[in-house]
Structures are given as structure tokens and as C-alpha cells.
Design a protein around this ligand. Sequence first.
Ligand code: BTN
Length: 321
Amino acid sequence: MLALLKLLQDGQFHSGEALGGALGISRSAVWKKLQGLERELGVEIFKVPGRGYRLSSPMSLLDADLIAQASGRVGWPVSLVTTIDSTNAEVFRRLERGVKAPFVLLAECQTAGRGRRGRVWVSPFAENLYCSLVLRVDGGMSQVEALSLTVGLAVARALKTLGVAAVGLKWPNDVLWEGRKLSGILLELAGDPADVCHVVIGIGINVNMPVEATVSIDQPWTSLRQCLGGSVDRNQLAIELLQQLHIHLERHWQGGFAALREEWEALHVWRGRTVSLTAGQNTIVGAVLGVDVRGGIRLAVEGREQVFSGGELSLRLQHDS
Ligand code: BTN
């Protein structure tokens, strides 16, 4: 189906005969595939007798070969799927089948994108970036400490390079613009932390998120289209993302998060603000002092500094902050 969509992505008319010829299939097989595109991916296709088929508007699809080539010395194999439940979930399945890390998986659409703390990550077709990178972890779990903050920094750098000047970071790894979420990161471990273990780094970036897809999002969100007031080449974004991940992960493996902490703090949007930190049933109110070298959040609670860490914690601004 993706091959057919690639032929149509320019938004111009293509005859059934030309499409069939390019794909080596009959005109009726083209017709069936077009119906599949409409049904399964929600793509709108116009059919005009005598002229053929065209998309309601041009579309820019991801190109795994282009991304792999242009991300140069990064050297991670990149594959692309049209639609999947979750790129993180698919990476787990590939690891179980014996696929060797590192590798990158991109999807044009996720039907059950996973967010942090059990949330759903809204993932409409061909609008945003959904990416999972899996790495083998050698050298113990201390390597993974604060990794999600490092990944957040890499995402923020990629977005800055593409022109999002006022990008900010919210602990532990939300990427914000004007207080709204632009990107989310979900790290998951696969395997036995005491033995062979992999970390799956899932990254979602809102690029052209259509408003009608967002009814179920329960937090302020934004997209690159909104930040930049125009469209963004998703292939360029994927290339920049992989390059920045490579640079920042290398630095993390060599010097730990300590080597990146100052840069992270420079983008930290809630420093000095009063927040409530929720851990299960417990809520703690404090003023944000910063992050420590192990990636924990430092809060001043009743005049005393306390450090908190852990994937299930969530931070919210106090209204009067
Ligand atoms: C968050 O809740 O902030 C984390 C969102 C992470 C979403 C990405 S999209 C690619 C990867 N696959 C998933 O299912 N989730 C992550």
C-alpha cells in the first residue's frame, strides 16, 4: 500500500493504468488497494473519470533509505512500517525474534501508541514522527540512569536546529514549546537487567498533528507546524533526530549525564517554579531547584532539599506558581 501511496503523494492525477504499470498489478488491483488506503489509513482519494486518481492534498511520506543514508556515520539500520500498534512494542517483538540491536524503527501510523504512565500516544497517519531506537546495554544499569533526560536534550537540539528557538525541557523528558507538549519520550527495558538487556527509546514528535485527532489528549499540546507557522520535512526531522541522538548518546556513554547536566539545565523550563510531584497516591509540593547528576529532580520541600527519581513520577505546576 505504501508503494501506491508514494506514487500518489505528489497530489497530481495518476491514471489507474499508469499506477498499475508502475506496480506491476492490474487496474482492478489498484482500485482495491486504493479502497484499502481509504479504509485503513483514512486517506482521502479523489477519482475523476478520464483523469484518474489523486490525493485530496499532497503528502510527504517517510523514506527509510534516505534517512539511513543521510544520517551518515550514525550507522543504525533504519526500517519503516506503514502501520503498527506501537513502534516500541514492535521493537520488543523483533528482539524476541533475534533481530540484533542497534536498529531504528519508524512508523507512519500507530494504532496503540504508548505514552508514559499508561497513556495513549495519539499517532495519526503520515502527520507526525513515531520512532523507536533500540540499543544493547552493556556495563550495567547505571548506564541507563538519566538516559531519558539525555534523550530529551537530543530531541530538543534537533528541534532547535530545525528552527524551534524557544524549545524547553520539563523533567524528566517532555519537550515543550510555550508550555505545551511538542514531543514525548518513553524508555522501556527489554531483557534481564542483570544479564543481556536492551533499552528501547521511543520518541514521538508532533509535526502536523491535525486538531481533529487530538480530542483525547488531556494535556496542552502543540506541533512543529504551530511553532514554526509552516510545514516541516519529516525526513529532514528524522535525520536530524538520529544525528543528535547519536551525538548525545555517545557523550552519555562516555561521561554519564553529569557531562550533559548543564546543557539540560539551560533548557529547563520549570526551574524556580512551585510544582506538585505525584507518586502513586502521594503528592509532594516543592520549588524546583534543578536536576542532579543522576537525573533526579531536586525540590525544596519545606526548606529542605530532596531529590526524587523514577519513571512513574509526574510533575505538575502549582496554579499560583
Ligand atoms: C509520553 O507519554 O510523553 C511518551 C510518548 C512516547 C511516544 C512514542 S511514539 C514512538 C514510540 N512508540 C510508542 O508506542 N511510544 C513511543
